[in-house]
Structures are given as C-alpha cells and as structure tokens.
Design a protein around this ligand. Structure first.
Ligand code: BGC
Length: 370
C-alpha cells in the first residue's frame, strides 16, 4: 500500500536532505538530522500497529462501529485528499462504508458544532474532528468527552493548554498532525539552498518577499509565516517584507492578492512565500499574467505537494513545495481511532514529518501519491 512506498521514500528523502526529525513537538527543524526513518506516528509502545499488514485480522471487528468525521470545509483541496484517504483506509481496516459519516463544516463553527451534537445523539463510537476554529476545541472536547466518546483531532492543532487538559485528565483525546514550524523552515531552506546571489535579483544585499498566509485560525499559517522567513535570517540573509496578506488557503484569493502585490511592487518582489500549494497555484497564475518567470526573475514556494504543484516543481514553474503527508496523517488518525476502540489507547500527540520537495524528488513524490 501507499504507506510502505512512502515510508521508504520519506526515509531516503530524510537522510538525503538532512531533515530535522520531528516525531515530537519539541523538535522543529533545527534539530540535528535523523538517520532513521521518520516515525509515521508516535504510537504508544504497547499499542499494536493496526496498519495494513494487520488489516485482514482487524477486518470485521469494526464493521458495526460508527465513525463520525467532521471536516472544517469540503472545498479545501488538501482536506479533500485527507478525507478521501481517511475513508478508504478506514474501510481497509474493516469499517463499513455506511458506518463512516463525514460532514462538511462549511467553514462555520456553528454548523460544525451542530454536526458534532448530531453525532453524539447518534452515539457514534469514535469521532475524528478537523475543527473550524481550533479555539473552540475546549468546548468540543468537553462535549465529546462528556458523552464518553473518544476523540481524534486532525490538521488544526488545539493550543498547548487544551492538549495538557487531555493528559491531566487522562482523557481519550489526541491530536494527529505535523509540526508546521518544520514546513516553514523547509520552505525557507529551499530558498536559501539556491544561494543569495541567485535569489537577490536586484543585488541590493536583501531578499524582498511577499507572504500569502492561510487562515489565521490555523497554527499552520502562523508557524509557516514565521519559520519560512526565519530560515533566511538564520542563514544570515537580510530580508525585507513588501507585503503580507491573508489568502485563507484559497487559490482564487491568492491570485488576486499576488496580482495586486505584483502591480504595486513589480520587479522588487524576489520571493513569494505561500502557506500552502493552493495559494501558490493562484500566485503562479498571477506571476504568469505579469509576464514573470519562476526560477529566472522570481521564486515561489508552497506547502502540501498537491499533484498540480508537484508538476509545476518538475517543470520549474514552482521553486519547491513541502510534502504535507495526508496519507500518513489520515492513517495515523484512523489507527488512533482503532487504538481507542480496542482499548490500547494513544499518546495525546501523534506527530509526523514534512518532506522538502524540489526538482530532485518531485517526480518520486508525485508517483507515490498517485
Ligand atoms: C494545509 C492547507 C489546508 C489547511 C486546512 C494545512 O495543513 O497545508 O492546505 O488548507 O491545512 O486546515
């Protein structure tokens, strides 16, 4: 299955690019390189791996278990890949398709809260939630734990104090996701790896950039914004921010923002940082329309490794992206749900690693996600 191929690929990529290990939150990208394969999940030592090798044994055991899944917004490209893989993997573990219900929160916390209430009334056995607002996690947790239902948060990480509550109370609540600081650092490092001479197109000794941010409700946006630039300053580069706008993870919005920025700052813009690939694709449309050429007179990086972005990296029309492993994350989320159902339990934080994607490995990553 895809997971195996990816594990091998990730392990090679990890060693080759000397990535920071990030199975835990404390190790953002500055940590020393790891030589071993990245932990796909932080599974508790006593928990069995309910991965694909065990799927046949598990088959049937979960056929009558009801899984409720809340996605913050179906139209999000990355979350579409995530939920599709999540459903397929749950089915491969023996869950019945008709017992897996996935709801679209339509980017509205009120709508999502009603969906959670309905799942509780329906007495689902486990809930997997991608919150609309991470700041609503406390209320959501209280409700779900109060109903005695185990809970796996995905993609939008609740804050530290909320996670601490789960541990303090020994609740069946966990978070599955990657450390966004790592993805930001990798974006910046891919720019640094090009060399200042190449990136500082106007030769003023500074790198002029614009930042297109995701939804501020998601810490991924905050950390990617901060750590991408930090990688440049950590390398001793001087930077100048020409613009910083919220594109809400959205391609169309990003196209509009980057088009405005290009109109305003023109050739001064040397680097376009986008917190995700959907926005990088929008940025690329604006760059094309402005007659600029990525790799020649501007540089562009995103995060996620959407297929279209990978094709652009292969063609040189995007400088790079960072693989946000929806396969590993969705499998870990399903495995965590299984661990609650079997009583094995979980740690309260289950991490994963990002992978830098440049022309060197873009084809490999594309083959692995197809
Ligand atoms: C992804 C974005 C996505 C967001 C949704 C992020 O991790 O990089 O593409 O829109 O999650 O919350």
């Amino acid at each position: 299955m895809k997971k195996k191929v990816l594990a091998a690929l990730l392990s090679v990529a990890m060693v080759a690019t000397l990535l920071a290990g990030c199975g835990s939150k404390e190790a953002p990208a500055e940590a020393p390189a790891e030589t071993e394969a990245p932990a796909e999940t932080e599974e508790p030592a006593d928990a069995e791996e309910p991965a694909e090798t065990e799927a046949p044994a598990a088959s049937g055991d979960f056929a009558d278990k009801k899984v409720g899944v809340c996605i913050y917004q179906f139209s999000d490209n990355f979350m579409t890949l995530f939920r599709t893989e999540l459903e397929n993997y749950l089915i491969s573990l023996g869950f019945a398709k008709e017992n897996i219900t996935i709801q679209d929160g339509q980017n509205d916390q009120g709508t999502q809260s009603n969906q959670i209430d309905a799942f509780i009334n329906d007495k689902v056995d486990v809930l997997i939630i991608n919150p609309v607002n991470s700041s609503s996690a406390e209320t959501i947790t209280d409700k779900v734990v109060g109903a005695g239902i185990p809970l796996v948060y995905i993609n939008r990480e609740p804050d530290e104090s909320e996670e601490q509550r789960w541990a303090d109370n020994n609740w069946d609540v966990t978070y599955v996701g990657c450390d966004a600081r790592q993805s930001g650092t990798m974006q910046g490092e891919m720019i640094v790896d090009l060399g200042l001479e190449k990136v500082d197109l106007n030769g003023d000794g500074k790198v002029q950039y614009i930042m297109i941010e995701g939804d501020p409700e998601n810490v991924d946006a905050k950390y990617r914004t901060e750590f991408s630039v930090k990688a440049l300053t950590d390398a001793g580069w001087e930077v100048e921010q020409l613009d910083d706008q919220v594109g809400n993870w959205d391609q169309v919005k990003a196209q509009e923002l980057v088009s405005n920025a290009l109109g305003q700052h023109g050739e001064k813009i040397e680097v376009v940082f986008c917190n995700n690939d959907a926005m990088a694709l929008g940025a690329l449309q604006a760059i094309d329309t402005a007659g600029r050429k990525v790799g020649e007179d501007i540089f562009l990086v995103g995060v996620d490794a959407l297929s279209e972005a990978l094709e652009n990296v292969i063609n040189g029309t995007m400088t790079g992206t960072v693989f946000n492993d929806h396969i590993s994350q969705s499998h870990s989320a399903a495995d965590a749900a299984v661990n609650y159902l079997t009583g094995a339990g979980n740690e309260h934080y289950i991490g994963c690693d990002y992978v830098k994607v440049t022309t060197e490995n873009a084809q490999e990553v594309l083959d692995s996600v197809k």
